[in-house]
Design a protein around this ligand. Structure first.
Ligand code: GLV
Length: 309
């Protein structure tokens, strides 16, 4: 008998276990506190488990990260030396692209100005811009970034993408490498941060780099707060150097109630949900990886902790 142990404070155990069970006959699926025999735990499906979580499970064969971003997992010093896989779900990419489209188009179509005008009962006509005149920079062209960039391009926007290694994506002007970053930022009327958090991207958007953005630009972060100097970002927004921001992620989550960002009229705050793991679409791939690991076959979407993603 094998056991799959589940841990997440955000995801529903009931939903995941009901969806996984039909694919995994012979595997007992349970929460950490319900495990009967730790030696039978061969698989773990986890999101941010507490430090030391894995130590009890000496016979683990596979660790499944219950999310796309693996930064909270790969930086730990208590990881077992077994394959780690992440979710790679087209539905998650679609959900993310939907959020990015909403946030970008909200700025392209000047919606915040109309929201303000409505509060003042003011008929405030602003002539719509044509999308090709708006330069949108997507920082990070992994699975989620590339998909969002393509969806933005379908709206006729002038979409540019930046990544660590050069990518080729139809309809997107791609640049790469740290030397190209300042130029990329200087040409982004709207910047969308979609990079994974790694030792290389931590603090990448420093005060100096944020200062490269065009005056009055819009800033959207849907990846990880630690990529950005949040104090510098807040100050740039207060001065109006950066005109507006949509922030789904922060250096501390939940964002503390006393944080200045909460009360800023030019900032939209959402509580880290631009894209979330979707059990119905991701369960089959989680089950497939567990079956592969059980048979001793190579797994899909493996993460390499040294690389950070
Ligand atoms: C959410 O932030 C994820 O990484 O899945």
């Amino acid at each position: 008998m094998s056991t799959l142990v589940f841990y997440s404070e955000f995801d529903s155990f009931e939903q995941w276990s009901v969806l996984l069970a039909p694919h995994l006959p012979g595997v007992n699926i349970c929460r950490a506190e319900e495990v009967q025999n730790v030696d039978e735990v061969h698989f773990a499906l986890v999101w941010k488990p507490p430090h030391g979580f894995f130590a009890a499970y000496r016979n683990l064969k596979l660790l499944v990260n219950l999310g796309a971003g693996v930064d909270s997992l790969v930086g730990r010093d208590d990881l077992p030396d077994i394959p780690i896989v992440r979710l790679s779900d087209p539905h998650m990419a679609r959900m993310m692209a939907g959020f990015v489209l909403f946030a970008v188009l909200r700025y392209v179509r000047d919606i915040p100005a109309f929201e303000r005008a409505q509060r003042e009962r003011r008929w405030h006509y602003l002539h719509p811009r044509s999308p090709e005149t708006v330069r949108v920079g997507v920082l990070g062209l992994g699975e989620l970034g590339a998909h969002a960039a393509q969806e933005l391009a379908r709206q006729g926007l002038d979409v540019r993408g930046w990544s660590r290694s050069q990518k080729t994506i139809e309809g997107i002007t791609c640049s790469s490498g740290i030397d190209a970053l300042d130029d990329f930022l200087a040409n982004s009327d709207i910047l969308v941060v979609m990079l994974p958090l790694t030792p290389q991207t931590q603090g990448l958007l420093s005060a100096e780099r944020l200062a490269r953005l065009p005056h009055g630009s819009a800033f959207i972060n849907v990846s990880r707060g630690a990529i950005v100097d949040q104090v510098a970002l807040t100050q740039a927004l207060q001065r109006g150097d950066i005109g507006q921001a949509t922030l789904d992620v922060f250096d501390r989550e939940p964002l503390p109630p006393e944080d200045a960002l909460w009360s800023m009229d030019n900032v939209l705050i959402t509580p880290h949900l631009a894209s979330v793991a979707i059990p119905a679409s991701a369960a089959p791939q989680v089950a497939e990886n567990i079956q592969r690991a059980a048979r001793g076959e190579p797994v899909l979407n493996q993460v390499f902790p040294q690389q950070g993603y």
